[in-house]
Design a protein. Structure first.
Length: 105
């Protein structure tokens, strides 16, 4: 009986260590550039998404430091017709700006 408990305890500890290492590895991958992250995730089996805490790790790794009320970080983008560059800060104090990230297709 004592051997069974010892074996069970060792197995549980080993599983916890493996789970912690896999979670740490996933968090590390999420902190990489998007190109590198996608290359890593392409090799991860689908079951990992069900077993590992993907969403909380993603929110922590990619959440950023902005809080409600903080000014948006300034950036410059090319217009869709490629006629000029537009800088976000040029609209400050003039009119509201809505940033939409996604696809309309």
């Amino acid at each position: 009986m004592r051997k069974l408990l010892s074996w069970t305890l060792k197995t549980v500890v080993a599983l916890v260590v493996v789970y912690a290492l896999l979670t740490a590895g996933l968090y590390w991958a999420m902190r990489q550039t998007m190109e590198r992250f996608t290359a890593i995730m392409a090799r991860v089996p689908g079951i990992a998404f069900a077993v590992l805490p993907f969403v909380p790790l993603w929110n922590s790794a990619r959440g950023g430091d902005l809080r409600v009320g903080d000014p948006a970080p300034d950036f410059t983008l090319e217009k869709t017709d490629k006629s000029a560059m537009v800088q976000l800060s040029s609209f400050r104090g003039q009119k509201p700006v809505v940033l939409v990230f996604g696809s309309y297709t």
